[in-house]
Design a protein around this ligand. Structure first.
Ligand SMILES: Nc1ncnc2c1ncn2[C@@H]1O[C@H](COP(=O)(O)OP(=O)(O)O)[C@@H](O)[C@H]1O
Ligand SMILES: [Mg+2]
Length: 244
């Protein structure tokens, strides 16, 4: 589970994330929606322990990400929006390197299994520099699952994936959630949220302006339509917010 309490990040005069409170349970796929610059990545980086909050706390499982960083990170998988992998490694080498960071012994079978799951097994001994963006992204996802995290924090997972890759990732996230993993993901794609998420929060200019199930948000926006797009546009105040 993830519990955010008054989580805040201030950059100079800009409050990028403003006292947000969220509770996400195990087995839940939680969608974190918002226009560009709303504060999604900043929030996710604080949850992953990569950015120190100005105020407030993020608790992962039973661990405070600031005070018990090692324990919190041991149960967290983080998938950034821009995959970064050393170009001169092969997928197999990158996976073994990641396994060593997590002190995993005997990771060989798990590595092969994950490369198979993400459709990379035929390329596993090629240098990453020859991979497409989508392949790099799938490799980063595979590596984030190596230590069997209980909580998965994902920034814009579908960007750069082709339809087959997106479908694969959706199925994998759903499967993980069905096994009790908490999935917290930011996205621009309302369709993804509608297909996958049990609950959603909408962040705008650092503030959570709505949260609940898709139906709850519809009621908040006083709309009959059960689709998220008009609700999102109404709550975030105009369609210019979708420019990206
Ligand atoms: N390191 C930084 N220094 C100053 N401002 C930043 C920094 N990182 C992000 N911001 C600002 O914080 C706001 C939220 O950014 P971000 O969390 O990346 O939004 P999102 O991921 O929702 O698009 C934006 O206005 C952005 O320009
Ligand atoms: Mg972002």
């Amino acid at each position: 589970m993830i519990k955010l309490t008054n989580l805040t990040k201030i950059y100079g005069k800009l409050t990028a994330v403003n006292h947000i409170n969220l509770d996400v349970g195990s087995g839940e796929i939680f969608g974190f929606l918002g226009p560009n610059g709303a504060g999604k990545t900043t929030t996710i980086r604080m949850i992953a322990g990569l950015l120190q909050p100005t105020e407030g706390t993020a608790v992962i499982g039973e661990y405070d990400i600031q005070r018990e960083a090692i324990q919190a990170k041991a149960i967290t998988g983080f998938i950034p929006d821009r995959p970064y992998i050393y170009d001169k490694l092969t997928a197999t080498e990158f996976m073994h390197f990641t396994a060593s960071l997590y002190d995993l012994t005997d990771a060989k079978n798990r590595i092969i299994g994950l490369l198979e799951l993400f459709g990379l097994v035929d390329w596993m001994d090629e240098l990453v520099e020859n991979y497409s963006h989508g392949m790099k992204q799938r490799l980063v996802m595979a590596s984030a699952l190596l230590h069997e995290p209980r909580v998965l924090v994902v920034d814009e997972p579908m960007v750069g994936l082709d339809p087959r890759g997106a479908r694969l990732v959706k199925d994998i996230f759903k499967d993980l959630a069905s096994k009790g993993v908490t999935v917290f993901m930011s996205t621009h794609t309302l369709e993804i949220v509608e297909q996958m998420c049990s609950r959603v929060a909408i962040i705008n200019q650092g503030n959570i302006i709505a949260q609940g199930s898709v139906q709850d948000l519809g009621r908040m926006a006083r709309m009959q339509d059960s689709h998220l797009e008009p609700i999102f546009l109404r709550l975030t105040g105009g369609d210019e917010v979708l420019d990206s």
